[in-house]
Design a binder for this molecule. Structure first.
Ligand SMILES: [Zn+2]
Ligand SMILES: [Zn+2]
Length: 269
């Protein structure tokens, strides 16, 4: 008998940051989809990383956010709802972020790199200016900052590992970014962090989940645990493309995904 796969969506944004659905609406949708759980992961971006109104949770509302998620947990039998946070990593704000993490009862913490050296890589604004003149340099620097983020030891999961591909920019010479990528994966493994298979990549010009199958295979080779996340900002994106994600993960060499609701590995084949 085949046991049905009990999946968790580890990456959903709510109205407390830039998502459009409340924790209660997200929990209801997870129940409808038959997910074992869902984690709300709102953005926490400090100072220069909070570059758009409404992008980050307001620090004064973190307790209210956690309470809203706790209220949604238990509203639907069989669906665990966790309160997590997606921290925008930056070397100049990480101490303040660490203090906020220590002061609040988050179930787990995502570390995300959206900026390299003060320049955003994943918004339309990044398409202006000279950032993409040297695509390989963007990737190298991105992976260096990811390694730095992982080495803080603050993060349970490192988000969207190859985010610079969002608008279709691919390394011109994959060999030129290989060493930086390897160091990022080594740092993640050394920190004992997981990575995510983020299905949002299928909804943007990249047309491929984050990270790419090639990076996923390297992560699998290092036995870095893998969680699934949709990066949903709307109710109808919760659990999006998880079937496809499982196939990609299996193809890359993963036998199981990690479920942070109970810390168990869920076999995918
Ligand atoms: Zn992100
Ligand atoms: Zn996100």
């Amino acid at each position: 008998m085949v046991t049905p796969v009990r999946l968790v969506d580890h990456h959903v944004h709510t109205t407390y940051s830039d998502g459009l659905a409340t924790p209660a609406e997200i929990a209801a949708r997870a129940a409808e989809l038959g997910l074992a759980g869902v984690a709300t992961v709102d953005h926490l971006a400090i100072g220069p990383y909070n570059d758009e109104p409404g992008y980050s949770i307001e620090i004064a509302r973190i307790d209210e956010y956690i309470a809203a998620v706790r209220a949604a947990d238990g509203a639907h039998p069989g669906v665990r709802v966790l309160a997590a946070i997606e921290v925008d990593y930056g070397p100049d704000t990480i101490d303040e972020a660490a203090a906020l993490l220590a002061a609040h009862d988050f179930d787990f913490v995502y570390g995300s790199v959206h900026f390299i050296d003060g320049r955003v890589v994943d918004t339309r604004a990044s398409l202006q200016g000279s950032l993409w003149v040297d695509v390989d340099a963007v990737y190298r620097r991105y992976f260096e900052v990811v390694a730095e983020a992982a080495a803080t030891g603050l993060f349970d999961v490192i988000a969207h590992l190859d985010l610079p591909k969002k608008f279709g920019h691919r390394p011109r010479d994959p060999e030129a970014v290989e060493a930086a990528l390897a160091r990022a994966l080594d740092a993640i493994a050394a920190a004992g962090a997981a990575i995510e298979l983020n299905t949002c990549g299928w909804r943007v010009p990249a047309g491929e989940a984050y990270p790419s199958p090639a990076i996923l295979a390297q992560a699998a080779g290092r036995e870095i645990p893998l969680v699934l996340g949709s990066d949903a900002h709307r109710v109808d994106e919760v659990g999006a493309d998880f079937d496809r994600a499982l196939a990609v993960a299996a193809e890359a060499g993963y036998d199981a995904t990690l479920r942070l609701t109970d810390g168990e590995l869920e076999a995918i084949r």
